[in-house]
Design a protein around this ligand. Structure first.
Ligand code: ZN
Ligand code: ZN
Length: 234
């Protein structure tokens, strides 16, 4: 991030902490995401596909995952990408509202608490260094902080690197295009060897990005790769 962006960003963060906060969804004063909006935020449902978090009628895999066998061992999504959660993600990613990250990350940490799987490293899905410079922070890394703390595993922000500056997935036309775009976008560090990794990201849509990351981690010798996202597009 350049100096002007850094100063603007610091001023914004200070203002977020000092001035009365309003809920990103209902605009009530108090918190950046108020308790009623959080309580009403739609969850993925009782039987998400264990590999892609799409809601199912019963526990197990969806037909697509059964057929495609994506590399990710498990995906947990806390919310649906709708309403208050959608507003919160947009505020975090596009409005520089970093102060909302601990609220969202804590929801992920609470969901992760139910997992009995052992984790050695928590790894946020990385941004390309150019996008990181423009935004000033990686939202996935901010969300990963409470998750790593809850799981008692180190946060390894450089375990993965994004080597191709692919266009934002939100602008991709379809799933095939998303998959193609991220196929060679990541590399994993050698220290992934033998590790059980928990990937963290803000949103999953087709899971192309998460599976591209998982593929690279397995290529580097990771023992197991799971993921948790704040929200799932459904
Ligand atoms: Zn609210
Ligand atoms: Zn699935």
């Amino acid at each position: 991030m350049n100096l002007t962006t850094a100063i603007q960003s610091a001023v914004r963060l200070a203002a977020d902490l000092v001035f009365p906060q309003t809920c990103v969804h209902c605009r009530t004063e108090g918190k950046l995401l108020c308790d009623p909006c959080l309580a009403e935020a739609p969850r993925v449902g009782p039987y998400p596909c264990s590999k892609c978090a799409m809601p199912l009628a019963a526990a197990g895999y969806c037909a697509r995952c059964a057929q495609a066998q994506p590399p990710l061992a498990q995906l947990r999504a806390v919310f649906r990408m709708e309403g208050a959660i959608k507003d919160a993600v947009h505020a975090l990613k596009y409005d520089d509202l970093r102060a909302i990250a601990p609220i969202l990350g804590t929801q992920m940490a609470n969901a992760a608490r139910r997992s009995t799987a052992s984790i050695d490293l928590v790894a946020p899905v990385p941004l390309h260094h150019k996008r990181l410079r423009d935004r000033g922070y990686n939202q996935a890394e901010l969300l990963a902080i409470p998750v790593a703390r809850q799981r008692g595993a180190p946060l390894d922000k450089d375990l993965l690197a994004r080597i191709e500056n692919t266009p934002p997935q939100a602008r991709a036309a379809n799933e095939a295009q998303r998959k193609e775009r991220v196929l060679h976008a990541f590399t994993a560090a050698e220290r992934a060897r033998g590790k059980r990794v928990l990937l963290v990201d803000d949103v999953a849509t087709t899971c192309s990005t998460l599976n591209a990351c998982a593929r690279e981690l397995y290529r580097a010798g990771a023992k197991n790769v799971r993921a948790i996202v704040l929200a799932r597009e459904i």
